[in-house]
Structures are given as C-alpha cells and as structure tokens.
Design a protein around this ligand. Sequence first.
Ligand SMILES: C[S@@+](CC[C@H](N)C(=O)[O-])C[C@H]1O[C@@H](n2cnc3c(N)ncnc32)[C@H](O)[C@@H]1O
Length: 249
Amino acid sequence: MVKTAYDKESASSYDLKRFTTQSGQLIHEIEVSILTEALNKLDTKEASILEVGCGTGRLLIEVILAGYKANGLDPSLHMLTQSRKKLQSDLFQTKLVLGEAAHLPFKTNHYEFVYTIRVLNQTTSHLYALDTIIEMIRIAKPNGLILVEFMNHYRLGLDRRRVRLGPEQVVDRVNKKNIRLRPKEIFQIAKNNNSNVVWLRGAFFFGMTGLNIMPEFAIQLVSKVDQFFSKLFPGLCSRCYILLQKDAA
Ligand SMILES: C[S@@+](CC[C@H](N)C(=O)[O-])C[C@H]1O[C@@H](n2cnc3c(N)ncnc32)[C@H](O)[C@@H]1O
C-alpha cells in the first residue's frame, strides 16, 4: 500500500472541497488550459494517453471530453472509484489501473503522452518524485510527450503551511510535507534519459493559497494579475509544468 494514496474520506471530498468554489473553478481552468496546450502538440486524437495519479478523474474527463482516449493510474482504490463514477459512459474505452508512480506497470515505449498533475509534491520523498519522472519517460514512446507538474523549489507565493486559514479551508493530511523540485533537476533528468525540454510554464505566481483566501469579488482581477506574472516569471511560480519529448528511436 502506498502511504500517500488518498483514503476514502479524502477521495469522497476531494472535488467538492477544492474545485467548487470560484477560486477552485479558476484553478481547475488554469490547470486544464496548460494541459490542453501540451495535448495540442499531439498530431492525432488517437494518441495513447496516461494520467499518473489520476485521482477522481477531474482532469481525465477533460481530456476525454476533448476527444482523446486516456487511461488513468492511481494507488488509491477510493480515488479510482470516484473516477469510475465520473467517467460513466466513457468508461468502456478508459482503463483505470491500480498502481504507483515510481513503478509504472507498463512496458517501455508504451504511451504517446504521459502526464502528472498535483502528485509529485505529495509523494514520500524527493527521490521518489524524481524516479517517477524517469518512469514516465521510460513508458513514453519515442517522440512521445511527458508533462510533469511540480511544486517549485523557487516559488515566491504564499505557502499553506505559513498561512493560518479559517476552519473551512482544507489542509490535506498527506500534504503537510510538500516535495519541491527545481526545474534544473528535471532538465538534467531529461538529458540523462534521452529527452528534450519542449517548454516550461508556470502557474499561481502568488500561490494557490493567495487565490483561495481572496474575497470573491477580487478573484478574477487577482487571477489576471497572477497569470500576467506567471507568464513573465514561470520559474518563480508556485507550480511549474515542464513538457518533455523523448528522442526518436
Ligand atoms: C491531489 S490528488 C491529484 C489527482 C489528480 N491528478 C488531480 O489533479 O485532480 C493526488 C493523487 O495522487 C495519488 N497518489 C498519491 N501517491 C501516489 C503515488 N505514489 N503514485 C501515484 N499516485 C499517487 C493520490 O491517491 C491522489 O489520487
């Protein structure tokens, strides 16, 4: 059993607590837009896609609604159950696999697009997070794309641990010790594993906490300012996204 896999209670409240408020919906939209930018690099909607740590299928369903076929992997049966509910009629073409990120149960050169979002920061160690990226590259096909989202070591934004929130704010039990990575570590992994960096994007320059604690009337404006700074200084954002491409065979 993976220690960081979400339990039943976290699984049943995950979407509701994080993505139903105005700021939560905005955060979801920003994440989907970066994922979409990466997906647009694919030549065909027939590409094979895997989300590592798919959770409740929040992003998987967006990928499927955009016309792709995608599979998901997660070590939490409870999260996979939520995914199954959400996917419903799309389930016949979606495989939901129980497994963990640093030991992906797939053959080398298997997927055309592999992505992970909001997972690496919650893994058990820095080394585990880096091993996951190596695994994702391993299972990507030659010329395949790998999208890695991570909490940035160089983030300037507010940190949940340093901000006292009201009782209505959620604090993940598994989120207490966030793993932060440096973009240059991922560039090095790419170099050592026959891959190239396609781009680096940043999001939540002021931190997700910043958006979550804003009064509703100010959220749109603050988010616009945040997105402006995120574009200008991606390497200083709280969350970074790096798109890699595996070399041709
Ligand atoms: C914050 S949720 C993110 C879910 C989804 N990617 C999203 O953005 O909505 C983190 C997910 O990672 C899963 N997880 C935790 N440890 C993992 C590991 N070692 N390998 C793969 N997934 C893991 C958890 O069970 C949970 O579903």
